[in-house]
Design a binder for this molecule. Structure first.
Ligand SMILES: [Zn+2]
Length: 147
């Protein structure tokens, strides 16, 4: 029995030749991030459909609105437009997050999760905990933002 475990361990090590220089993230830790990402994904998806539904309802209401004197309702319409733009902006943001989450999940599968896409250095744990789908370490993020 003991021999078998040893053999299995040796096999695992030889399989980890990629990113050999960088300490690999422990599997249980990786699993935690994956669960967090999946939970986040569910939440964001829910948000998107919620916003989309609200926006759709609003558009329908506008379309069936009264035909008399639209100038009277200009102010209302303007604020509705604003709401709609705001909602669409939010959907776009949420879709970006959704995309980032999918990319992060891919990186978990590839074994590249937790590494900065720009400098290949590990992203700090605190940062990953706060933003599990982040692609950049804090230094690269700052560089991107200050451009
Ligand atoms: Zn970096």
């Amino acid at each position: 029995m003991a021999k078998k475990t040893k053999a299995a361990k040796a096999k695992k090590i030889s399989g980890a030749k990629r990113n050999a220089k960088i300490k690999k993230m422990p599997k249980d830790e990786l699993k935690k991030y994956k669960e967090q990402l999946l939970a986040e994904r569910k939440k964001v998806e829910g948000d998107i459909s919620h916003i989309a539904e609200n926006t759709l309802h609003k558009s329908k209401r506008d379309a069936s609105g009264d035909l008399s004197g639209y100038s009277y309702h200009m102010a209302d319409m303007a604020s509705d437009d604003y709401d709609r733009d705001f909602s669409l902006g939010r959907v776009t943001d949420e879709q970006k997050v959704l995309y980032a989450i999918d990319e992060a999940l891919k990186r978990i599968t590839d074994g590249a999760y937790g590494l900065c896409l720009q400098c290949d250095k590990p992203i700090s744990k605190n940062r990953l905990k706060a933003l599990p789908y982040t692609e950049l370490c804090i230094d690269c993020q700052k560089k991107t933002e200050s451009k």
